[in-house]
Design a protein around this ligand. Structure first.
Ligand code: ATP
Ligand code: MG
Length: 394
């Protein structure tokens, strides 16, 4: 393999200044985690305010790049050719031969940008740029110089070895997971909530998740679908602790006691309460849902106010202003779409009313919930106690 190293470019650093190392260390950790499953031996380290991945021996280039492209915090992945520093004549030869190999297929504009780590090098970086530019122009008639918007930026770094790179493969951006606390995702089998979780994780937040199922009204396969979705999100977000709550008795009880057009709202309020219980238990700093204004009856402004009311933790709704097609687009990009559209019943669809309220009044909903007083606390306690916990890894 001709690339022995990847130079990792990171962009946005939320924790600047003295906290920068926290961001960098988290990024190194996340890169190591992402590369665990890739064939090859890798060393990930920081050096001089940069992060490098050294590849020791044979490795799978495509898999490596793919894994790195899932690490939040990375904006660019530069495959680096390394060779021994043996004087400027040798350097010119190496650079030209690499350029010929990579860029002989058509016309390109280029610019050389060099740095010296070793200031005692006989040429300064201006001189290196100029001389290497000349060598490329002479050896490659298809190349012309464009110092403002070059198609190929030829980066040359002279240290104990020479590092040469010309490609920047786009990374996902965002912040490394683990730099921004953790949040509890209400994860259903739908299209929206996996996308919501992905977006929050992209801001550096580790995820925990809670799924409510209603056996035997919902099947084992519906549950497996949620586990599969968590697995896909975990590729980028890292391991996810998934709480699987048996919600059947609570749903039946609500169905029994409350007006049917309010079922979805009241159910949702209990979901939020239970998810918040687990969130607080494990130190999560917020809840995350896939809600978007007006998407369905339970997501009108009034309905959102009503589900929001029962929580004290902040509820993050990253899709709040998104149209469905925008959400679908992201879900296709992050590979959850195909799983999300598998046709297994959701616990909410089974108990939905034909005409759910779209403008629930808080007082009315609170009043209806009073009808649950006799048993609801016990049912909630049982649901919490019997919750199954899975550690979902990619
Ligand atoms: P999704 O595609 O995420 O299922 P949806 O369009 O089906 O969303 P709703 O069913 O109204 O919308 O759900 C709104 C949000 O409530 C979901 O995005 C999710 O965060 C949460 N939610 C709904 N059902 C469940 C469930 N069974 N378990 C956990 N969370 C749920
Ligand atoms: Mg749903």
């Amino acid at each position: 393999m001709k690339y022995q190293t990847f130079l990792i470019k990171y962009g946005e650093i939320g924790l600047k200044g003295r906290n920068r190392f926290i961001f960098e260390d988290a990024l190194v950790r996340q890169i190591k985690f992402a590369l665990k499953k890739v064939d090859g031996k890798f060393a990930v380290y920081k050096s001089q305010a940069r992060i490098y991945v050294d590849c020791d021996g044979e490795y799978d280039y495509d898999e490596t790049v793919e894994a790195l492209q899932r690490v939040f915090g990375i904006v660019g992945i530069c495959p680096v050719v390394r060779f021994a520093e043996e004087g400027f004549a040798a350097l010119k030869k190496e650079v030209l031969s690499h350029m010929q190999e990579m860029y002989s297929d058509k016309e390109y504009t280029f610019k050389v940008e060099s740095r010296r780590a070793n200031k005692s090098y006989p040429l300064n970086s201006m001189e290196i740029n100029r001389d290497l530019g000349e060598v490329i122009l002479e050896g490659m008639p298809n190349m012309t110089v464009d110092v403002h918007h070059p198609e190929v930026l030829v980066n040359v770094e002279v240290r104990n070895e020479v590092y040469l790179y010309t490609q920047v493969i786009e990374g996902p951006g965002g912040m490394p997971v683990g730099t921004n606390g953790s949040a509890m995702l209400l994860l259903s089998g739908g299209i929206d909530s996996p996308v919501a979780g992905y977006m929050i994780a992209k801001r550096g937040v580790s995820l925990e998740a809670t799924y409510f199922h209603a056996p035997p009204y919902t099947s084992e396969r519906a549950k497996q679908k949620v586990v599969d979705l968590a697995k896909i999100v975990a590729r980028s977000a890292g391991p996810i602790k998934l709480n699987i709550v048996n919600f059947t008795d609570i749903q039946l009880y609500i169905y029994d006691k409350c007006p049917h057009d309010e079922l979805t709202i009241i159910m949702r309020r209990y979901m939020m309460r239970i998810a918040e219980h687990f969130a607080k238990e494990s130190g999560c700093l917020g809840l995350v849902t896939g809600e978007s204004i007006g998407q369905v009856a339970s997501q009108t402004m009034q309905s959102l106010a009503s589900t929001n009311e029962v929580c004290t933790l902040p509820v993050y709704r990253p899709l709040i202003g998104f149209d469905k097609r925008d959400i679908v687009e992201i879900s296709e990009k992050i590979d959850t779409y195909e799983t999300s559209i598998l046709p297994f019943e959701d616990c909410c669809t089974i108990f939905v009313a034909k005409h759910p309220v779209t403008k629930p009044k808080l007082e009315v909903i609170r009043k209806s919930e009073e009808k649950l007083a006799e048993q609801i606390d016990e049912l909630v306690a049982t649901a919490i106690e019997t919750t199954e916990v899975l550690n979902v890894r990619p």
